[in-house]
Design a protein around this ligand. Structure first.
Ligand code: IVH
Length: 670
């Protein structure tokens, strides 16, 4: 078989495996085998740049944007749907449709209303050519490079009777698991959290770095196939079943109903069952199934007459506020929590609800005994949304003030300039802060001590065994033996896990320390740059600021962390326990001076490594990364699709272009 044939075979196979994994949830090969095929394809493609294809499975993560997204005018406007919150409106809709169709039989397709952002996908000859956001309904942003990273969106359709050119619309969303993981990571990096998966998905789709989008694990359900000249009996539900055959992810929870009772039963069912779905939904969409009947009913200025969205009511109840308590998180931030008379909400008994922060609490002007409104929406934690005005005018109890001192350790609370959060500054002695730091230290991406969960940490803490992360390494089996039997096994497993963590590489140790603003990426950069903890600790603010990717806030945070004598002691103790305090011999050995004195600009799309990896390689070999081409540029590391402006500039200044494979050979990484 020629290499050309092998390339197209591999592309086909990988598309099929992707589909099986991300759309059908039924993997056909192991991850390892999949990766091996990907590597083989990438290698072949690198040898055959003439066969480059933006829809190749290797190209899901590709060119990043340097400017804003181009806009694109929708061929047909992207309409929204009329919304309703009550069942009477649903009944009215059903009756309007019946009248509008002059008493003809009709079917209503009931489907979930996915809570993400709408997207329009354009296919030509079975290949994805464009993805556009809704925008204002008339023009949207062309976000194709980002959408290509979504694994459940086919870049190449399965063989089938798809039209040569067509558009299909649907919803891009972030599944709950991805959303929760993302927020956990952001919390660790002390970045603002996303309020819900919709905001997270929309923020992600607007990212200018495709690698970021790829990592966030978005998903997409398609729910509207646009047709130019449909068959006389064409119908929405049936078209979507076809689209599923072509490789699209189409919900399997759609139902055709012929009576209002069936529609109501569908709504009743999903109002409850949606809680166990992997993605957020905020209602039900009802659509007249037959396209002919859809046309007969027509559109209003804003929305079709043949469809309606029934939105689930975030369930709300009124109850009595007894007191507000204050909860201290890992970073010391204090959250007010309302304690109320028990109330039934979405099938659970609720006694506590969040009041978010001091500002929110102040706005509500809460008094003891007030009747408050509690809501449980898409979020898991119930929240207070307001004071129940039905009870206004009654005599009220004393006003509730925000705590002045930490409820856990008694330290006076402080508010940082310009921040909403109020926090406890006693980070070294305040129990939840200590436990939080230890939980972060052992977490998977840090020291990866899986055997040590929050309960065991709490157990050890209560027993007086641990006050800081270094204490973990002092725990002996004797200290655990003799204590009540129940947790012995897990404690012993924990000790083994703690011991094994001594081999965790320096960059993760650095991340595990939980220094404010030092996330995984910064930790990696710092570890590579300074090589060991002593050099890092001795670095001046200027030294830190000179590191590519380290900003002022991070530099200041590091500088003051290392200036603290308690932290210096902690490092010494961790070192004496054998933790890695410098990059390993292996990583050190990889270092070279091959690019010493060279300033390199990276441009274009690469096959073998990501841009970030190339940046790291340049630094590893003593070179310097630069953003734009100038006379000082030693060479451009040029991938495919290098921008014409850069190309011209390089040619004008006589800066050589080095291909990916030459670069790898040059640095001995090939
Ligand atoms: S149909 C003309 N179906 O809800 C019909 N929309 O205002 C176009 N949505 O903008 C939309 N799930 O983003 C349709 N199963 C579903 C949907 C759905 C979510 C979103 C969509 C649209 C908004 C309605």
């Amino acid at each position: 078989m020629s290499e050309q044939d092998r390339i197209s075979l591999l592309r086909q196979e990988l598309h099929a495996h992707n589909h099986a994994y991300y759309v059908l949830n039924a993997p056909t090969i192991s991850d390892r085998e999949f990766d091996a095929l990907m590597v083989e394809l990438a290698e072949l493609e690198a040898r055959h740049p003439e066969l480059a294809d933006p829809n190749s499975p290797t190209q899901r993560v590709g060119s990043d944007l340097s400017n804003d997204f181009p806009t694109f005018e929708h061929r047909r406007p992207m309409l929204s749907l009329a919304n309703t919150y009550n069942r009477q409106d649903v009944a009215d809709f059903f009756n309007r449709v019946r009248e509008g169709l002059g008493g003809e039989d009709f079917e209503i397709c009931c489907e979930l209303k996915f809570d993400g952002l709408s997207i329009s996908l354009h296919y030509e000859h079975g290949r994805l050519v464009r993805a556009v956001t809704r925008g204002d309904g008339v023009r949207g942003d062309d976000v194709t490079p980002n959408v290509r990273t979504i694994r459940s969106i086919p870049l190449q359709l399965e063989p089938g009777s798809w039209p040569d050119e067509f558009e299909i619309r649907g919803e891009v969303l972030m599944p709950w698991t991805s959303f929760e993981r993302l927020n956990r990571e952001r919390e660790q990096r002390e970045e603002p959290l996303f309020a819900n998966p919709r905001n997270a998905a929309s923020g992600t789709l607007k990212s200018k770095t495709t690698a970021v989008v790829a990592e966030r694990r978005l998903d997409a359900y398609l729910y509207y196939l646009l047709t130019d000249d449909p068959a006389p009996d064409a119908a929405h539900y049936e078209l979507l079943q076809q689209a599923r055959q072509w490789g699209f992810k189409v919900s399997t929870d759609m139902r055709k109903c012929s009576t209002l009772d069936e529609v109501m039963a569908y709504i009743d069912h999903w109002d409850e069952a949606r809680r166990s779905l992997p993605v957020a939904t905020d209602g039900i969409v009802l659509k007249v199934n037959s396209l002919r009947q859809q046309r007969a009913l027509g559109l209003t200025a804003k929305s079709p007459r043949w469809a309606i969205a029934y939105k689930f009511q975030a369930e709300q109840q009124s109850t009595v506020l007894r007191e507000v308590t204050f909860q201290v998180g890992r970073t010391g931030v204090v959250t007010p929590v309302a304690n109320m008379d028990a109330v039934q909400l979405s099938g659970t008994v609720v006694r506590r609800a969040t009041l978010h922060n001091a500002d929110f609490m102040r706005q509500l002007d809460l008094h003891q005994g007030d009747h408050v409104l509690v809501e449980k929406g898409g979020e898991i934690i119930p929240k207070i949304v307001g004071v129940d005005e039905a009870f206004a005018g009654l005599p009220r109890g004393p006003r509730i003030e925000f705590a002045k001192v930490c409820p856990e350790c008694g330290t006076p609370l402080v508010q940082a300039d310009g921040e909403a959060a109020i926090y406890c500054p006693n980070d070294l002695r305040c129990p939840p802060q200590i436990k939080g730091r230890i939980e972060h230290f052992v977490s998977r991406r840090a020291m990866g001590i899986d055997s040590l969960g929050p309960e065991t940490i709490d157990d050890f803490f209560r027993a007086g065994l641990i006050h800081d992360v270094a204490d973990l390494y002092d725990i002996t089996p004797d200290q655990i033996n003799g204590r009540d039997g129940t947790r012995q096994k897990s404690a012993q497993r924990a000790i083994a896990g703690i011991a094994a963590s001594r081999d965790v590489p320096f960059e993760r140790v650095l991340f595990a320390l939980g220094i404010r603003f030092v996330g995984e990426t910064a930790a990696r950069t710092l570890a590579r740059h300074f090589g060991d903890i002593d050099t890092l600790a001795a670095a001046s603010l200027d030294d830190l600021l000179r590191v590519d990717g380290i900003g002022l806030a991070t530099a200041q945070s590091l500088h003051s962390w290392f200036a603290d004598a308690d932290n210096a002691m902690l490092i010494e103790r961790l070192r004496s326990h054998g933790l890695q305090m410098s990059i390993s011999g292996e990583a050190e050995a990889a270092r070279s001076t091959r690019l010493e004195g060279k300033t390199v600009v990276i441009s274009g799309v690469f096959e073998r490594h990501s841009r970030d990896e190339y940046k790291r390689l340049i630094e590893l070999h003593g070179g310097v990364n630069a953003g734009s081409i100038s006379r000082k540029t030693s060479f451009v590391l040029a991938g495919a699709n290098m921008g014409p402006a850069k190309l011209e500039k390089a040619q004008k200044l006589g800066v050589p272009l080095i291909s990916e494979s030459d670069f790898l050979a040059m640095t001995g990484e090939a």
